[in-house]
Design a protein. Sequence first.
Length: 674
Amino acid sequence: MGMENSLENRVEELTKLLDEHNYNYYVLANPTISDYEFDMLLQELIQLETANPELLKPTSPSQRVGGEITQQFRNVKHKYPMLSLGNTYSEEDIVDFDERIAKTIGDTPDYVCELKYDGVAIALTYENGELKQALTRGDGESGDDVTTNVKTIKTIPLTLRGQDYPRSFEIRGEIFMPLKSFLEINKEREEADEPLLANPRNACAGTIKMMDSAVVASRNLDCALYHVLCDDELSDSHYQDIDSAKQWGFKVSEYTEKVRGVAGIIAYIDKWNIKREQLPFEIDGVVIKVNNYKHQKTLGFTAKSPRWAISYKFKAQKVATKLEAITYQVGRTGAITPVANLNPVLLAGTTVKRASLHNADIIEKLDVRIGDTVFVEKGGEIIPKIVGVDLDKRPLDAHAVTYISICPECNAPLQRLTGEAKHYCVNEQACPPQVKGKIEHFISRKAMDIDSLGEETIAQLYESGLVKSIADLYELKKEQILALDRMAEKSANNLIDGIKASKQVPFERVLFGIGIRHIGETTAKKLAFCFKDIDALRSASFDQLIAVGDIGERTANTIIEFFNNETNNHIIERLKSYGLCFHLSEEELLNTSDKLQGSTFVVSGVFANHSRDEIKKLIEKHGGRNVGSISGKTSYVIAGDKMGPEKFKKAQKLNITILTETEFIEMVGEGENA
C-alpha cells in the first residue's frame, strides 16, 4: 500500500513540476531549467505511467508527446455557435462602424484591438480546471473533435492554475504555425523531394486534422486565446475576462490593447500594418471588439456575425519577380487552369514559385508574356495571383501568349462554351486527371465519405487499370487491393468496408458525388428534395429545372447535357445495381410536399421553438426557396424576436406577408413534429 502511494505521489509531483516548467517556457517565455533537465523529468513520468497505467491521467504532461492514432474525427455540435466577423479593408468602414456603435450606446466606447492570427479557430471546453474537449470551427454550428491533437500544443494548458476559474466554460482562440516551424518543415520536405506546404495557415489546418498525434506534436503548433464564454457572467468586460484567462494559465496575445474611440483603433491598425513583418507568425489583419458586455448585448447580432465586432483586413502584399514559363493544369471537371512559374521570391513570409493566371481572358487582359517582370499579390489564396506587369522591363523579344488548344494530359481538343471563362478538355471519361479527380470527389467526405481511400491509392488503382470510373470501385476485390504497393491486410479490409458502407449514403450526397459540373452540395440537396429520385431528375425539362431555387440557365443546361451522355447513364445504372441510393428514403420523404413551390422566404430574428436553420430546412422540405435579403420578389418574411426594424419596415413597404413562427408552422402543417 505504501509503495502504491509513493508511486502516486511521485507521479503527482512530476506532473506539477512539468506543468510549471511548461508554463514558464511556453507561456511566459522564461525557462527556469534546461531542456535536458525537463526531458529527464518527462522521461521519468512516462516510465512510471507505462509501468503503472492506472496512474495515467488524460491531462498528464506525457500526453503532449502524442502517439495516439485517431481513425475518424467526431463531429460535435457547438454549445455556442462560432459566428464569423464582418470584414473591411478601409478606414472609412471603421469610422462608420464606430459611429454606428456610438449612436446605439450613446457614448464613445472602449474597444479591444487584437491581432488577427492567420490559423485555425478552436473552441476549448474546460470542466473543473481540466481540458475536456477541443473543437474546430467547422460550419459554425458544429466542428470536429481534435482534442487528442490539441493536447500536444504546449501553450494550451491541460490543467488550469489558481482556483477562481468557472466550473465549466469555453475559451476560443487561434491555433497557428509559427514561421520558424513552417520554414523548418519545408526545408525538410525540400531535402526529401516532397511537395512544399503552401503557407503556414494551410499547414496548420492540415496538421490539426492529422490522424497521428505524434506527428502533430512534432509540428510545434502554437495557440493564442482571445474569447471566454460562460453561462454565468464573469466580469463586465471582454478585456477583464482575457486578463483573468491569463491568470488561469492561458497564453493570451501580448499585442492586445484596450483603446478609446475610433482614433485608438486607427492608431493600432497603422502600427501593425508596419510592424506585422517583424512578427514570428502570420497575421492578416486586426479584430476590433466593443469591450463592455452590456454594450455588446445592446448591439446584438446579425444572422452571421456580432454587431459589436469587426475585422480589418490588411491589403494584400505585392512583390515583383520574373515569369519564367506558363504551364496548364487539368481539374476533375476538365477545366484548364494556366499557372505562372516564377523566379522564386519571398512574399509575406513564404517563398512563392507559382501563381494562378485563372483563364485565357486574364492572360489577355494582363497582356502577360514569358520573360516579363510581374507583380505578384498574396491575399489569402493558397496560390498567389499575378496582378500586373512592369512594362518598362519587358524584353524586346517577348511575344503574346498563345493559349493552348489541346489538353496537356491527353491531347484531346479543348472547348470553351459561350459564357464560360475557362477552357475544358472534352475527353472527360479518359483524361487521367479528370478520371482521378472525379473519383477523389466521389469518395470525399461530403459525398460518399470513403476515408480509407486516399489520393495515392486512387492513383495506383487507376494506373493499374483496376478503376477507370467511380462505378469500378464497387467491383474491387480484396486480393486486387493487396497487390498494390504498400497495401497491408488491414488497409485492404478498411477500404473494402468503406466502399461497402458508402452504399448507405443518402441520395443527395450520391447526387453531389457523381460530379455534375456546377452542382455543389447545397444545389444537390435542393435537386434531390425537389425531384425525389434520379429518374425524375434525369427526365426533367429545362423549365422544370430552372423552377428550382438557385438553378440558372447555365446549370440547367449542364444537368441536361450530363444526362444526355450515354456513358454517364451507364455509370449511374451500374451504381444502382451495386445498391447505391438514388432516391429519397421513406424517412426523408415523410412530411415533404410542394406546397411552398414557387415561394421565396426571408427568415429573420430569433425564434422560440426552432433555430433559423431548422425553419430554412422546413422551407426547402416543402419546396420553398430561402433568400438572404428582402426584395419585391420575396413572397414571405418569417419574423422572429429581435428582427431588425429596417427589415420589418422594408417588408411592410413592399406589402410582403409577414409570418410569425407559429403561422409558418401551421402553413406547412408540421405542428409539433417540426
